[in-house]
Design a protein around this ligand. Structure first.
Ligand SMILES: Nc1ncnc2c1ncn2[C@@H]1O[C@H](COP(=O)(O)OP(=O)(O)OP(=O)(O)O)[C@@H](O)[C@H]1O
Ligand SMILES: O=P(O)(O)OC[C@H]1O[C@](O)(CO)[C@@H](O)[C@@H]1O
Ligand SMILES: [Mg+2]
Length: 508
């Protein structure tokens, strides 16, 4: 199966033409489509359509033996700049790669989205494998890269920044990397920070982001104007689903203006709510850090009579942190997440369960994701819907609400004194530096993003798909939110571990 693109870095273009950086008012070239005989490509990365790859026989005639193989490919700069010159990859001369057997990823390497398949089933969706390519589309000395961090914090952001700066420098000899301060709006409202391996050397030991972050303030035109004005030709964008949507908009504008600018997204979200990728960086650290809060709750409630510990963890729409922290801890009696509605009163309800555990064990620990039961809180406090600067709904405090409900129920209805301890460690678990495994993960993400940008890919998000890193079209990761699927086995594993109610009974 020939997966080479007429527009991909397969050494198909002569190295003769040098391309000057177009001015901001450069007239856009007509949209370049790749050779339809070889491949058909979606012109939009935001509305996402899977594309079927076509196979060819030796006479270059299309054949029909692709077994349902679909490649969801990422854009390449040559889509709209077909004459971009290429250069040998500097990794050819890198000591680090001197004895590596296969330094370069074959253009034919792809990763399957589904690895559990049945005999005879279609081969399904694939993504381009991340990694260094034989030819690059940038001269190292001409690269002016920038990094921006947007959205909420997450352990590991500084590690990604460090590894982009060091990777660009040590692997590709790039000396100019600018830090955009304060998120998207920093492009047009702040000065940049010069980043060198020396500047970023030990930032991975700190939580947060040395570049600062923000919500809102995404003005695509102003951002791209600024990219042009500063002569930036590689943009590394670290952030969650909102940020990746912003990255897609930047890519579209760059494409419209026909700028030789690679736009690479690195997915960041403590909630692990980004689709397609195996998990997001910082998530494991957050789960580990959450253990400390759960442990504290357990110690507290074990040491008193009728102790009820409530721990609130992050997770707006996705209860992954709560689910994995519960599974890891084994001190948790009940885990409540946004995906699984619960109820308090009656048979199979939370009150009944709490009472039963108090009777059996003398204490109970409840972990809840911040997005759980929002409908109850908003009803009870009659709240108006407030949003943050990015348009995300501001959540009401389910932890406080539940604490009060349990207290009222047991003291007033059951005439039973309970000892309630409510712990809200939400910001603590995302402010810590990343742990060892997340640091390694961040390094791979950064290096994969660099290889992709240097190879001329653009408008992509990098991330692991079935443990191997892939270049994923941005639209593919933003079209849906990754949530806990109650019908998958993992939630069943949690229920089997805690033996908590499923809340599936119709409640009276
Ligand atoms: N649809 C969109 N188009 C362009 N920009 C967007 C869009 N949605 C969000 N953004 C921008 O992306 C940035 C970050 O968005 P947001 O605050 O939603 O965080 P996030 O990236 O989703 O991260 P997290 O949810 O993990 O905190 C903001 O600057 C916001 O303006
Ligand atoms: O208060 P902030 O910084 O806007 O962020 C809070 C939100 O960010 C997240 O951590 C996602 O980044 C959510 O879990 C949480 O609701
Ligand atoms: Mg988000």
């Amino acid at each position: 199966m020939d997966l080479s693109l007429s527009s991909s870095p397969n050494l198909q273009f002569p190295l003769t033409k040098t391309l000057s950086f177009p001015s901001r008012f450069h007239k856009p070239l007509p949209f370049f489509t790749s050779n339809p005989q070889i491949y058909s490509r979606s012109s939009s990365i935001t509305s996402y359509h899977p594309i079927r790859a076509q196979t060819f026989n030796q006479n270059n005639t299309p054949t029909d033996d692709d077994d349902g193989f679909v490649l969801e490919d990422v854009p390449h700069l040559t889509n709209f700049l077909p004459d971009l010159p290429t250069y040998p990859n500097p990794l050819n001369y890198s000591q680090a790669y001197a004895i590596v057997k296969d330094t370069f990823v074959s253009p034919e390497d792809v990763l399957a989205q589904q690895i559990v398949v049945q005999k005879g089933s279609p081969r399904g969706v694939h993504f381009r494998r991340a990694g260094p390519r034989e030819k690059v589309y940038f001269k190292p000395e001409e690269v002016r890269a920038c990094i921006v961090t947007c959205g909420g914090l997450c352990p590991g952001i500084n590690t990604v920044i460090r590894e982009i700066v060091c990777g660009l420098n040590y692997m590709y000899g790039v000396n100019t990397v600018l830090g955009i301060e304060g998120g998207y709006r920093g492009f047009y409202s702040k000065n940049t920070m010069e980043l060198s391996p020396k500047v970023v050397n030990d930032i991975h030991k700190r939580g947060g982001t040395i570049l600062q972050t923000s919500r809102g303030g995404h003005d695509t035109n102003k951002i791209v104007d600024n990219i042009q004005d500063r002569g930036i030709n590689q943009v590394y964008i670290i952030g969650g689903d909102g940020t990746q949507k912003g990255a897609a908009a930047i890519y579209k504008e760059v494409e419209k203006r026909c700028l030789p600018v690679a736009v690479a997204g690195i997915p960041k979200t403590i909630d692990n709510d980004i689709a397609v990728i195996d998990k997001s960086f910082g998530f494991d650290t957050a789960v580990e850090e959450a253990q400390r809060a759960i442990n504290a709750a357990h110690v507290e409630v074990e040491s008193v009579e009728n102790g009820v510990g409530i721990v609130k963890l992050m997770g707006r729409y996705s209860g992954f942190i709560a689910m994995f922290a519960t599974l890891a801890s084994r001190d948790v009696d009940c885990c409540l997440i946004p995906e699984s509605p619960f109820y308090l009163e009656g048979q199979g309800g939370l009150f009944e369960f709490v009472q039963q555990r108090l009777k059996e064990n003398g204490h109970v620990v409840i972990v809840l994701a911040e997005g759980a039961g929002q409908e109850y809180v908003s009803q009870s406090v009659n709240a108006t819907e407030e949003k943050d600067a990015s348009g995300n709904k501001l959540l009401l405090d389910i932890g406080l609400w539940l604490t009060q409900k349990i207290k009222d129920h047991f003291t007033m209805v059951k005439k039973m004194a309970v000892n309630l301890k409510y712990i809200d460690p939400t910001y603590m678990i995302r402010a810590v530096p990343s742990n060892a495994s997340d640091n390694i993960y961040c390094t791979l993400l950064a290096q994969s993003a660099i290889h992709g940008a240097m190879a001329g890919y653009s408008g992509f998000t990098v991330g692991p798909v079935n443990s191997r890193h892939a270049y994923i079209p941005i639209g593919r990761v933003t079209e849906a939110t990754n949530v806990v699927k109650l019908t998958d086995r993992m939630w069943a594993r949690l229920l089997a571990s805690t033996n908590q109610p499923t809340f599936l009974n119709t409640h009276e």
